[in-house]
Design a protein around this ligand. Structure first.
Ligand SMILES: Nc1ncnc2c1ncn2[C@@H]1O[C@H](COP(=O)(O)OP(=O)(O)OP(=O)(O)O)[C@@H](O)[C@H]1O
Ligand SMILES: [Mg+2]
Length: 208
């Protein structure tokens, strides 16, 4: 049975698809990984199509089942894989609920800015309503700076769970995505890859 990680955040552009793709690519080196794209924009599916054209890339299973097919597809994907990563759309649609309900962990990326913070509230509430564990994750975050500190303080004040690991604003991550790859594949020695591995390590500890 696969462990299911759902990436959700109703704020558009927070980094859901980028995070799902990079986690999937990194995990695929050692585990049987499937990705499920339930966003009608199909960005993760397009990333996967680019990946299929990269001769060296470890293959990943992809599904973009939606609507009434989703529940059955979740059961099917759970069977043949170790890890299932689900990328969800930037709103709380019926499919997002199903994906959150199925999750062993919900990851909520947010850029350290007020709109991302405000939008995260609805996603965390959804996870709480479904009784699923959720973690916020800073994405495109400056290593330091006033805004990050202020948003982190607000997260703490609200008692929201935030991963210690974070991803910076890394052009190499966007470049890897454009090739259907993850940062640990294109630039394994980069700071960005180290950040991604730190996220994975923390997620691994949570799921153990
Ligand atoms: N850590 C990062 N460093 C640099 N660029 C990033 C990073 N994360 C995401 N981006 C860029 O930010 C933009 C939005 O990212 P992404 O598409 O992953 O967000 P999303 O939450 O999936 O958006 P949507 O809500 O539209 O589905 C993209 O151009 C992506 O390349
Ligand atoms: Mg997306």
């Amino acid at each position: 049975m696969a462990v299911i990680i759902t990436v959700a955040q109703q704020k558009g552009g927070a980094g859901k698809t980028t995070l799902a793709a990079n986690l999937a690519a990194a995990l695929a080196a050692e585990r049987r990984v499937a990705v499920l794209d339930i966003d009608p924009q199909r960005s993760l599916a397009r990333w996967h199509a680019l990946r299929a054209a990269q001769s060296g890339a470890v293959p990943l299973a992809l599904s973009d089942a939606a609507g009434w097919r989703l529940a059955g597809e979740l059961d099917r994907l759970r069977q043949g894989h170790d890890i299932l990563l689900i990328d969800s759309p930037p709103q709380i649609a019926t499919e997002s609920r199903i994906a959150v309900r199925a999750a062993d962990l919900v990851l909520v990326p947010l850029q350290p800015s007020p709109p991302d913070l405000w939008a995260a509230e609805g996603t965390l509430a959804l996870a709480a309503a479904e009784r699923r564990p959720a973690r916020l994750l800073f994405n495109r975050a400056p290593a330091a700076g006033r805004l990050r500190a202020e948003v982190a303080a607000e997260v703490a004040r609200r008692g929201w769970p935030l991963l210690a690991a974070a991803l910076g604003n890394r052009a190499a991550i966007a470049a890897a995505f454009a090739r259907g790859l993850g940062i640990t594949e294109t630039a394994p020695k980069s700071v960005a890859a180290a950040e991604l591995r730190a996220v994975l390590a923390e997620v691994g500890r949570l799921l153990r």
